[in-house]
Ligand binder design. Structure first.
Ligand SMILES: NC(=O)c1ccc[n+]([C@@H]2O[C@H](COP(=O)([O-])OP(=O)(O)OC[C@H]3O[C@@H](n4cnc5c(N)ncnc54)[C@H](OP(=O)(O)O)[C@@H]3O)[C@@H](O)[C@H]2O)c1
Length: 301
């Protein structure tokens, strides 16, 4: 093997595992250019909409944006929890509009569109709301599989369509909270994996469509994060399982994911892998997929 070929192996691998590097010049998105010296002020004064802001990663995103003095529209289903999250943001001085409602309902999407229109534009749209599952395919009712696709995938599509003119007008940015399971298939997560893979296909295509309009897309793939999501994971009959099967594991905090997401979006990064298990799964899926399947099958037992 020639020296050039040898040198190109790690470069090629890092591109496959981490996604392509940032271009040398301007970031692909016109979102605020990343400047480490700005510290916590990356989204200062920007208008941002965060879904799933009533809990976990979304609440952490809202809090960080509030601390940066962004102007916020927050969405969540549980009105009490959303109010508490919005109240925390207002307490640090942020201007917040809270819109409670189920994202699978057209009236919630319309209400969010109205809230964004009232702000006169949108600089950052974060698709974060989501629900997971924990059941083998043969045990899951079809209606539950459809519901997961509706929440995780179609609601993000519908909301994007609703606010797109405002994003384009502001040459804004879209951040999508996907998952390690957006990159590889995992047993007992069929519909969750399908919904997250669908987000990748949809937003990768949209990224190219919106290139000339100056709207960028960042997809973030965390591994295990310490939030209530796994306790709320749907069983085959659609009821929450009520326990966290990863309790006691090393996990990322919601705030770590929020911080990385906002920084990556500000830099206009395309794909962000968070957590060791995510990088390992991505690497194995590219280099040794049968080995990855064996490992995943063993962990599911
Ligand atoms: N936790 C992890 O280990 C992990 C790992 C990788 C990726 N993720 C992704 O991170 C994102 C956030 O999850 P999380 O861990 O922060 O979970 P979480 O604490 O359970 O929060 C989920 C959020 O989504 C909202 N939501 C769910 N269904 C909704 C619906 N039909 N309409 C409107 N809002 C809805 C929830 O609202 P209410 O609470 O008000 O109902 C909540 O605010 C998800 O997309 C998830 O797939 C999580």
């Amino acid at each position: 093997m020639s020296v050039t070929a040898l040198v190109s192996v790690p470069v090629t691998l890092s591109v496959f595992v981490l996604g392509p590097p940032l271009p040398a010049g301007r970031a692909p998105s016109p979102a605020p250019l990343y400047n480490p010296s700005m510290g916590s002020g990356l989204w200062s004064g920007r208008r941002a909409l965060v879904t799933g802001a009533s809990s976990g990663i979304g609440a952490a995103l809202a809090r960080r944006l509030a601390e940066e003095r962004a102007v916020l529209v927050l969405s969540g289903r549980d009105a009490g929890a959303l109010d508490a999250s919005a109240g925390g943001c207002r307490a640090v001085g942020a201007q917040v509009t809270a819109v409670a409602g189920d994202l699978t309902e057209a009236r919630t999407i319309a209400a969010l569109g109205e809230a964004v229109a009232n702000l006169g534009g949108l600089d950052l749209l974060v698709h974060n709301a989501g629900v997971t599952m924990n059941a083998r395919f043969e045990e899951v009712e079809l209606a539950v599989l459809r519901r997961i696709m509706e929440i995780n995938f179609f609601s993000a599509v519908a909301l994007t369509k609703e606010v797109l003119p405002h994003l384009v007008a502001a040459r804004g940015h879209i951040a999508v909270v996907s998952s390690l399971i957006g990159l590889v298939g995992v047993p007992t997560r069929t519909a969750y994996a399908a919904s997250k893979h669908a987000l990748h296909g949809f937003f990768a295509s949209l990224r190219v469509e919106l290139r000339d309009a100056g709207v960028g897309v960042t997809i973030v793939c965390p591994g295990y994060v310490d939030t209530p999501m796994r306790s709320r994971a749907l069983k085959g009959d659609g009821t929450p399982q009520g326990f966290d099967q990863a309790a006691g594991r090393a996990t990322l905090t919601a705030d770590q994911v929020a911080r990385a997401t906002l920084e990556a979006a500000a830099r206009g990064r395309r794909l962000v892998l968070l957590g060791r298990e995510t990088r390992l799964a991505r690497l194995l899926s590219l280099l040794a997929p049968p080995l990855l399947d064996r490992l995943l099958a063993r962990t599911a037992k």
